[in-house]
Design a protein around this ligand. Structure first.
Ligand code: FES
Length: 152
C-alpha cells in the first residue's frame, strides 16, 4: 500500500511537530506500509524542520524500522547450532526456493520477508521457524507448503 503525502501529514498532525514525536510518527508509517519510504522521511524532515540525517539516524537505530519494503508476513528460520543439526538449513533452502528469494529478501508480491536468526531460545524444538509471532517447532519440509498457505 503506498503512503501518500496527505496520509503522512495526517500522521504528523496526530503526533505533533516536536522532535520527540518522531518515533511515534515512524511507527505509524511503518505499521501502515510495513516500511519507511524515503518519500515519507523527506516529508517528515521538511514538515517538521528536522534534518533528514537525524531522522535516518533514528530510523536505522531501531530494529523495528525498515527502510526497505517488507512483506506482510515475516518468516524467521533458526540456524543456531541446535536447529542447524536438526535440519534448519534445509528448511531455509526450501523456503528460499519456494518463495523465490534469498534470506533477507522480500517476495515480489510483498507477502513474505524471509530472514535467518541464530537462536530463538527453543532449541529442543528445532528446527524452529517463526511466522509473524507464531513459533513453529520440529518443522518438517513437507508441512511448509500448508503452513505458508495459511498466510496467503
Ligand atoms: S538454535 Fe534454534 S532455537 Fe536455539
Amino acid at each position: 500500500m503506498p503512503v501518500d503525502l496527505e496520509a503522512i501529514h495526517g500522521i504528523i498532525e496526530k503526533h505533533g511537530y516536536e522532535e520527540s514525536s518522531i518515533i511515534a510518527i515512524l511507527q505509524d508509517i511503518q505499521s501502515t506500509v510495513n516500511y519507511l519510504p524515503q518519500k515519507a522521511l523527506r516529508e517528515i524532515s521538511k514538515s517538521m524542520d528536522i534534518p533528514l540525517s537525524r531522522i535516518y539516524a533514528i530510523a536505522t537505530f531501531y530494529k523495528a524500522f525498515s527502510l526497505r519494503p517488507r512483506g506482510r508476513h515475516s518468516i524467521h528460520v533458526c540456524l543456531g547450532t541446535a536447529c542447524h543439526v536438526r535440519g534448519g538449513q534445509r528448511v531455509l533452502e526450501y523456503l528460499e526456493r519456494k518463495l523465490g528469494v534469498k534470506s533477507g529478501q522480500t517476495t515480489r508480491d510483498l507477502m513474505f520477508t524471509l530472514e535467518r536468526v541464530n537462536c530463538l531460545g527453543a532449541c529442543a524444538m528445532g528446527p524452529m521457524m517463526v511466522v509473524d509471532q507464531k513459533y513453529l517447532g520440529k518443522v518438517k519440509i513437507d508441512k511448509i507448503e500448508s503452513i505458508l498457505k495459511k498466510y496467503k
